[in-house]
Design a protein around this ligand. Structure first.
Ligand SMILES: [Zn+2]
Ligand SMILES: [Zn+2]
Length: 290
């Protein structure tokens, strides 16, 4: 297993198979000084470490993550490599202390020693309970992380969609006002292509919002309302009667502004901050922020 020597920081190779659960001092082949290496059960993760810990399945450095970043095992057993022997593992406030370092190995050693005498059984039971609590906390934490990841990506896609919709509306209103202001103005194939491309892009972005986190149900309704206004404006722009439907376009424009205001008033802090960041580049998003 490649790791860095806790004394001299050299990259050294230590034999994982020779590291025991009891732990031992090993000499660094580079600086010759001795450091402590020990195999521990995942249950000891919560205890303070001086040095690095490495996944026993794949040797990857584990750092603070509960999942091994390399083999993605949830809370794997690990090897601890540090300057000196760690203090005995004690549970504060307990009437008796638990020496995890002697019988580490989690569930496996629990089943091995389950037939032994009373105090051991008690400590095995307590270890099992602690293991369960740690697993429950880890599961809750990973659910929380998953949820906030989904919310973050929803926020990002939301702002992108909003930018698309707003740009599409602006584009269509621009075309419609050209039609109004210059007699004989007609859409050429390039205009039509541009309008259709924008629609495809916006549809695409809106499709990323289909999975709505619970926190954003209201905000989702609002962007869907804006999207619907955009859809109507799009159809109107491409219709042969567009020239005679300018009053309709004005109604749609005022609908859009109305929905934009209500969206603006119910932004979550996360959406507001993402909008603010994005509006530096995309000025038309300014209508949604203060
Ligand atoms: Zn060294
Ligand atoms: Zn691993």
């Amino acid at each position: 297993m490649m790791c860095s020597c806790p004394k001299c920081d050299s990259n050294i190779d230590i034999d994982l198979a020779r590291i025991s659960e009891a732990g031992q001092y090993t000499a660094c082949p580079v600086c010759r000084s001795k450091f402590w290496a020990q195999r521990e059960s995942f249950i000891n993760r919560a205890f303070k470490k001086e040095g690095q810990i490495y996944c026993v399945n794949c040797d990857a450095e584990l750092g603070l993550s509960h999942n091994c970043p390399q083999c993605s095992t949830l809370m794997p057993d690990y090897c601890l490599v540090q300057k000196t022997k760690p203090p005995r593992r004690k549970v504060e406030g307990s009437s008796f202390s638990l020496d995890f370092s002697l019988t580490s190995g989690g569930g496996r050693s629990s089943s091995q020693s389950s037939s032994t005498s009373g105090p051991v059984n008690k400590s095995v039971l307590i270890k099992a309970v602690i293991a369960l609590v740690i697993v429950a906390v880890a599961v809750a934490a990973s659910l929380y992380i998953k949820k906030s990841r989904e919310e973050n990506s929803y926020v990002t896609n939301y702002v992108r969609s909003l930018y698309g919709i707003t740009s599409g509306v602006d584009k269509n209103l621009d075309v419609l006002s050209k039609m109004k202001n210059s007699v004989g103005y007609a859409l050429n194939t390039q205009d039509i292509e541009a309008i259709n491309n924008a629609k495809a892009e916006i549809d695409n972005r809106m499709s990323l919002l289909q999975k709505v986190p619970e926190k954003y149900l209201v905000q989702n309704e609002q962007i869907v309302a804006l999207y619907a206004v955009y859809g109507k404006l799009y159809t109107l722009t491409l219709s042969p009667s567009a020239l005679t439907s300018l009053d309709k376009a004005m109604v749609l424009e005022s609908d859009f502004k109305k929905y934009a205001l209500s969206l603006k008033s119910s932004l979550t802090p996360e959406l507001a901050s993402e909008l603010k960041k994005t509006s530096v580049k995309y000025k038309n998003l300014g209508i949604f922020i203060n």
